[in-house]
Design a protein around this ligand. Sequence first.
Ligand code: IDP
Ligand code: MG
Length: 150
Amino acid sequence: MEERTLILVKPDGVQRGLIGEIIGRFERRGLKLIGMKFIHMSQELAETHYGIHKERPFYSDLINYIRSGPVVAMVWTGKNAVEAARGTIGATNPVAASAGTIRGDLGMEIGRNLVHGSDSPENGIKEAGYFFAESELVDWNRDLDSWIRE
Ligand code: IDP
Ligand code: MG
């Protein structure tokens, strides 16, 4: 299976009208979109998705943040999709994120950092499965691929 990453445009990105701006960056990078939905995450989905952070002091704020409005959930695929997407997203704290990244260009605070991206190929597969049934993911040929991939 091709490497996958689960990307969320978080509620601040949606509220600020940055959905297109954020999606455009992944699209232009050369990642390939195979699934997308616009949802308000349930408490259960939020707790599953952020289960690894349960013991962290910011956990309840994080759950409230991710459930404070709708999110755009997407699965993007490609060779090294996880690492490429993390690079496009930038460091967790937008203040420390490099200019040219989503967070470095558009964010100011760690608790409003606009976007989620899976942190390993294993978690990419796992997190994609929290949000999408396999039947909701689209297998398609992108004519441009020979200009993006060797
Ligand atoms: P990541 O999103 O860059 O992978 P993680 O360490 O996995 O960062 O943290 C998950 C999310 O939790 C972050 O994107 C951010 O929204 C939030 N978060 C992380 N650390 C802090 C913090 O110190 N204060 C408030 N929120 C935090
Ligand atoms: Mg993370």
